[in-house]
Design a protein around this ligand. Structure first.
Ligand code: ZN
Length: 416
């Protein structure tokens, strides 16, 4: 039976090979990108759209038993509609409502997805941390589904993406929020209980489909989500400054194309914001934002780690998270935007552009802005010290100049 499970898994691996990269001497660096990446406000039925693409371009791939993961909110926005659209094209979708991005929810999906829960396990191939090793083993065995769709914001996408990774199944990302670049990235942010919130390696999605009609909303949190997405994107500017610094200090080699890919969207969005008056609801702007976040995720896939989109500002975010018991009031995008502004002062680059853009967008550029997002200056100060323990092997402005320099930058960026 074990042998049969392994054989089935190898076959699935082969199919996944259509988008799953590997390293080999013949192909020195084959990176992975989603097979389908679409952003539009005229997609119509997403199942039909993907089915059409796969039939036309990858006729060997057909999926008839999808698991559709959503939460209570996105069930109403899109989940139920997508389930009905699947039924219309003759597939047998299984809906799955998740409550959070906890490891318990992942285990629940694994139980639902595996015909025999006690599948074979082996170490994940792209593990980068001890947590990847601890949680990243892939569950093999016969599955009830042949593909997983994540329909929702960050948490839903993370749960669906990671469950797909553990079940060794293809994953399709249908974001209903553009609050960060996670919807297209090969990483999943999970709540691991006593181990805190962690970013773990997962697979690149087979497809990412952004229907801006599903993203736009009138709910009170909508503008904050868009702002956060812009913040996460702009933070690539300082992440790349850190990467270039690491290269100059002979700590890591900078890859100019991945670096360029990570920052070109940030620069374009900054430029667009100068003239676009209603950027929260402008379809063209939302398309640019979505594509830029996808490019950021692709830069990470290309390089094989989060390096192109994560420098000191992301260390600060993780440290701030820890200091607030993983329950910060501010969003990921807001915190990394604040970290990016500190970093820009420390690097002495981009600070005027960033401040001006934050003012347009409504991201924190002064003490009042910090307070409105629920970010506390004393916690930020402590987080700068704490950030030295986050990914200590990733060389950034913090390692280069020390925490005092960053605390001074905090005073300059957010004077009392
Ligand atoms: Zn980020």
């Amino acid at each position: 039976m074990k042998l049969l499970n392994k054989t089935i898994d190898q076959c699935i691996n082969r199919i996944n090979g259509a988008y799953k990269g590997y390293l080999s001497p013949k192909i020195p660096k084959q990176f992975t990108v989603p097979f389908i990446e679409e952003v539009s406000n005229q997609i119509g039925s997403i199942p039909e759209f993907i089915d059409h693409h796969l039939r036309r371009d990858l006729p060997g791939l057909a999926f008839s038993n999808p698991l559709i993961v959503f939460d209570e909110i996105t069930r109403e926005i899109a989940g139920e509609k997508i389930v009905a659209q699947f039924e219309k094209i003759g597939a047998k979708p299984t809906p799955c409502n998740v409550a959070s991005n906890s490891i318990v929810e992942i285990e629940r999906i694994l139980e639902l997805g595996l015909k025999r829960f006690t599948g074979l396990e082996f170490n994940c191939e792209i593990s980068t941390s001890t947590f990847d090793q601890k949680y990243g083993a892939v569950k093999c065995g016969e599955k009830r589904f042949d593909i997983i769709y994540g329909v929702g914001g960050g948490s839903v996408i993370d749960v669906a993406k990671y469950a797909a990774y553990k079940l060794n199944l293809p994953f399709v990302s249908i974001p209903t929020s553009l609050a960060n670049d996670g919807f297209a990235s090969p990483f999943a942010v999970l709540n691991l209980g006593k181990d805190g919130t962690m970013t773990l390696s997962a697979n690149t999605p087979l497809a990412v489909v952004v229907d801006t009609n599903l993203v736009k909303s009138n709910d009170p949190g909508y503008k904050r989500r868009i702002r956060s997405g812009i913040g996460d994107l702009l933070s690539n500017l300082t992440a790349v400054l850190d990467w270039q610094l690491a290269d100059r200090k002979k700590q890591e080699r900078y890859e100019s194309y991945s670096g360029f890919q990570a920052i070109c969207g940030a620069r374009l969005v900054m430029k667009e914001l100068q003239t676009c008056s209603d950027f929260f609801y402008d379809d063209r702007f939302l398309e640019i934002l979505a594509c830029s976040l996808m490019a950021s995720a692709e830069a990470m896939s290309r390089y094989g780690s989060s390096r192109p989109a994560s420098g000191f500002e992301h260390k600060l975010y993780h440290a701030y998270n820890e200091l607030t018991d993983f329950k910060p009031v501010a969003t990921h995008g807001e915190l990394v935007a604040v970290g990016a502004l500190l970093s820009s002062f420390a690097h002495q680059e981009y600070h005027d552009n960033l401040r001006q853009t934050y003012e347009i967008v409504g991201l924190p550029y002064n003490g009042q802005g910090l307070a409105e997002c629920g970010i506390k200056l004393d916690v930020l100060n402590a987080a700068i010290i704490q950030a030295q323990k986050v990914k200590p092997d990733r060389y950034t402005i913090l390692e280069d100049c020390g925490p005092k320099h960053l605390q001074e930058a905090l005073c300059k960026a957010y004077p009392l």
